[in-house]
Design a protein around this ligand. Structure first.
Ligand code: PGA
Length: 248
């Protein structure tokens, strides 16, 4: 089956309010109907960006959430709060796993809370260079996925898009080769099949890590790569639009 391609821009902790608005407006103006597009601004700009995107088909999302809907969690933002503004959330990005020591159990709880609030999730998984060189990349990613996904109802699974982001490729300018991206995506799809057949058919797997207009066509041409999670290149309107175009 052909899955609709999905291009997501992760702006991370970049752009002031005006820059964020301008970038959102530019993406909204372009948005071709053939591709699903989402942008993930810094959460403090999320409401502004949602306004810019209204009616364009480009969906806004948050880069993170907490594992409860409310309470004494200073500095955190709940899935229910996000859901008032945006339909999507990224969970388990490697920067949060590494810099903020987020572990698999916390990530599972966050997914529970996000689904409870009605959000769609982009779940990030990926291995370090050391793990890859040891030959353990697939085992590592599979363990991350098992922890996050095992035992979930089929309807919940279908609200979870997987983003395979090898840590050594993020922000380094050194993307995975299309063959490596495909090999891991096929392994991920096989694991999805063990959870639910429909999920394996319809669930999308994004590749992330130094995606550019130059490598997007080949990466997105792989049979099990259904889109891209784009960091650096999503901050430049022309580059992001070119990556969207590569998905058509
Ligand atoms: P990058 O980031 O495109 O800048 O490598 C990707 C990501 O972290 O989602």
């Amino acid at each position: 089956m052909t899955r609709r391609k999905f291009i997501a821009g992760n702006w991370k902790m970049n752009l002031n309010r005006q820059q964020a608005r301008e970038l959102a407006a530019s993406v909204a103006e372009y948005a071709p109907g053939e591709v699903d597009i989402a942008v993930f601004p810094p959460t403090i700009w999320l409401a502004h960006i949602a306004g810019e995107l209204e009616g364009s088909g480009v969906r806004p999302g948050a880069q993170n959430c907490w594992r409860a809907q409310k309470g004494a969690f200073t500095g955190e933002i709940s899935p229910a709060m996000i859901a008032e503004i945006a339909p999507l959330v990224i969970i388990g990005h490697s920067e949060r796993r590494q810099l903020l020591h987020e572990v698999d159990a916390l990530i599972r709880d966050k997914i529970d809370a996000a689904l409870e609030a009605g959000l769609e999730v982009i779940l990030c998984v990926g291995e370090t260079l050391e793990t890859r060189n040891e030959g353990n990349a697939v085992a590592h990613v599979s363990a991350q996925l098992e922890s996050a996904l095992a035992g979930r109802a089929p309807g919940d699974l279908e609200s979870i898009t997987i983003a395979y982001e090898p840590i050594w490729a993020i922000g380094t300018g050194e993307a995975a080769t299309p063959a490596d991206a495909q090999e891991m995506s096929a392994a991920i799809r096989a694991l999805m099949r063990t959870l639910n057949e429909g999920y394996a058919e319809r669930g999308r797997i994004l590749y992330g890590g130094s995606v550019t207009p130059g490598n997007a066509v080949e990466l997105l041409g792989q049979p099990d790569v259904d889109g891209a999670l784009v960091g650096g290149a999503s901050l430049k309107a022309d580059d992001f639009k070119a990556i969207v175009t590569a998905a058509i």
